[in-house]
Design a protein around this ligand. Sequence first.
Ligand code: CDP
Length: 229
Amino acid sequence: MKKITIAIDGYSSCGKSTMAKDLAREIGYVYVDSGAMYRAVTLYALDNHIMQDGHIDEERLKQEIESIEISFQFNPERGRPDTYLNGTRVEDRIRTLEVSNHVSHIAALGFVRENMVRQQQRMGQQGGIIMDGRDIGTTVFPNAELKIFVTASAEIRAQRRYDELTAKGEQCDMQEILHNVEERDYIDTHRDISPLRQAEDALVLDNSHMTIEEQKQWLLDAFHKTVGE
Ligand code: CDP
């Protein structure tokens, strides 16, 4: 059976990666978390003092972007791929609130997006891929056979992110997380290049009041309908 391309886009912290990873496992596709790539570039910029006190040295980042190598390696323990930056595992470091607070500024830069989109399109050349992000159905894979646009209320999304971070032992403040979620939504939907928007041919999934199981079933049904099974 021909393997299709699945694009999952939506607002921050609405559970896209959980659903994409579960579906990938279920149907034997490769899962790529495009947000992890923007997070890895942000971590690189912070570690190398390219981004300091909210200011980005764009010239330096432009010079170094080609040498930033991002890759994924499936981690059987977690059942999903870990992110590597220039050969070092950075999966935990890219998920901190510090990176979350800066990532949307880095992701708004045209040359960063061009570089990431090129890598993402290369990863999807063979089909059989599920990629989640903000511009997957609109820019990266405009011809994807199945496009899903996920949404949930900002409060519910912030609560999920709070639960996730506290479960990892990170100290966090609910108001700060809600502020981060709302700020990223604003930047992601208002930037000039590839803003977050629903592709016209995307199916909308509002998972505010859905359990993970219900969401899984919804997604599987959408997949089977698309491949005609
Ligand atoms: O996990 P969460 O949904 O909160 O965010 P993410 O998917 O890890 O993405 C982090 C940030 O990267 C987003 O807030 C966007 O600013 C940016 N991003 C993007 O611009 N384009 C993508 N395809 C994926 C992420």
